[in-house]
Design a protein around this ligand. Structure first.
Ligand SMILES: Cc1cc2nc3c(=O)[nH]c(=O)nc-3n(C[C@H](O)[C@H](O)[C@H](O)COP(=O)(O)O)c2cc1C
Length: 172
């Protein structure tokens, strides 16, 4: 599969088979995350791999969907560590840790799709529940979750704005 095919194939899967994810495939997904670029190569992130079995009630408190808390064998929580993130100090102090984590999660979703695994970005989770259940220290920011498992649904046609609505040339 070339890159063009891969970005077309990746979709948000909201139904999962109970089949386990092989350790080898989990390793591939985590390795893709590890290789993601980060600002100044600070790598200010941590991933928490959660085996969902027996944790349905806790996961439902974080995000109450069957395809998150019950169906997939794994859920990954991607966290930023802003204290370790690169800051644009010379100008406005903007911290890039959340951007870095976003790239990491994108690597995860694309590598997963490449080996037939499904994912779905989840940003609509309860951050307080995530902090409590995952014992996150105060300085750690949960940015996104994704289920990880074999999809039990099929991709829908991608609805996207045409490029003319998204791209400008030379100036705003
Ligand atoms: C940052 C981010 C947060 C998202 N949060 C959620 C979410 O909380 N729940 C959900 O069902 N989908 C969520 N999505 C998935 C989007 O709805 C989905 O990517 C978009 O509709 C495009 O569909 P596709 O991923 O199948 O191409 C999120 C996506 C992104 C990038």
């Amino acid at each position: 599969m070339n890159f063009e095919e891969l970005v077309t194939k990746r979709y948000s899967s909201r139904s999962y088979k109970p089949d386990p994810v092989e350790e080898e495939n989990l390793s591939k997904v985590l390795e893709a995350a590890r290789l993601a670029p980060t600002a100044a190569n600070r790598q200010p992130f941590q991933l928490i791999v959660i085996r969902t079995e027996g944790k349905e009630q806790e996961l439902r408190r974080i995000y109450d969907r069957n395809w998150f808390a019950a169906e997939p064998p794994l859920v990954i929580c991607a966290c930023a560590l802003p204290e370790r993130g690169w800051e644009r100090r010379r100008y406005d102090g903007e911290n890039y840790a959340v951007v870095d984590v976003s790239i990491v999660v994108d690597h995860i979703t694309l590598q997963a799709a490449d080996i037939g695994l499904g994912t779905c970005w989840v940003g609509a989770f309860d951050p307080d529940a995530a902090r409590e259940i995952l014992h996150l220290p105060d300085e750690v920011e949960p940015v996104a979750f994704t289920p990880l498992g074999y999809p039990n649904d099929s991709p829908r046609a991608k609805k996207r704005k045409p490029l003319e609505e998204l791209v400008r040339y030379e100036q705003w």
